[in-house]
Design a protein around this ligand. Sequence first.
Ligand code: ADP
Ligand code: MG
Length: 240
Amino acid sequence: MEAVSVEARNIELSYGTTKVLRDISLTVLPGEFFALLGPSGSGKSTLLRLIAGFNQHQAGQLLVGGRDVTGVPPWKRNVGMVFQNYALWPHMTVAKNVAFGLEERKLPRDEIRKRVDAALALVGLSEYRDRRPNQLSGGQQQRVALARTIAVEPQVLLLDEPLSNLDAKLRVQMRHELRRLHDQLGITTIFVTHDQEEALTMCDRIAVMDQGVIQQIGTPEELFDRPVNRFVAQFVGSVN
Ligand code: ADP
Ligand code: MG
């Protein structure tokens, strides 16, 4: 499948009278691994959910693959999201969890089987297909959530703090696995994190957010060497 771009143009979003996203503009290039980095409450999840179709903006434009997706429901966007808490079905096996979205889409049985096998192989969980989520470690559950999203073959992969529930050692290991998976699939990926080190080590480019505003967009080197303001400098760690 061909990789697509994601473009936000002057997006504004409020909850009631509270402005949460202010004049958000960014372009994620086809196949790019892009981070939204910022402290808690800066609006990262709100922006990700907007791209997924779970939130609506009040002003501006959102384009996926050059198409304005305003008002297009999540399941018609070719966008797949992995939630922070994984949101697996506890009563279903690993294979059933991965198959769920495919059954919803009423794909043929052998196609479902093929995609489930491929997705589980990709995340290294072929041996675990008949287990239930509570029989897996945190890292394995994380991989099931990834496999489930990848199985529907989205054009854009959205990851909301996918490593934050893991212990420190696994978190570092999964950085490499996520990046490898991205490179293998070549899928446009937007990765939300509050962890500077994660963003700096994993991503092609980073948008640094604070209080609903994008402070700077750049490569890890650009942000580190030439931060545009004190917030960015402090947050990416080039000054104390
Ligand atoms: P982040 O993911 O960067 O931690 P969020 O996007 O979750 O930030 O939240 C940004 C701001 O929007 C916060 O101030 C949060 O309290 C507020 N917010 C998030 N979701 C809602 C909601 N459903 N209703 C009202 N306010 C919300
Ligand atoms: Mg969040």
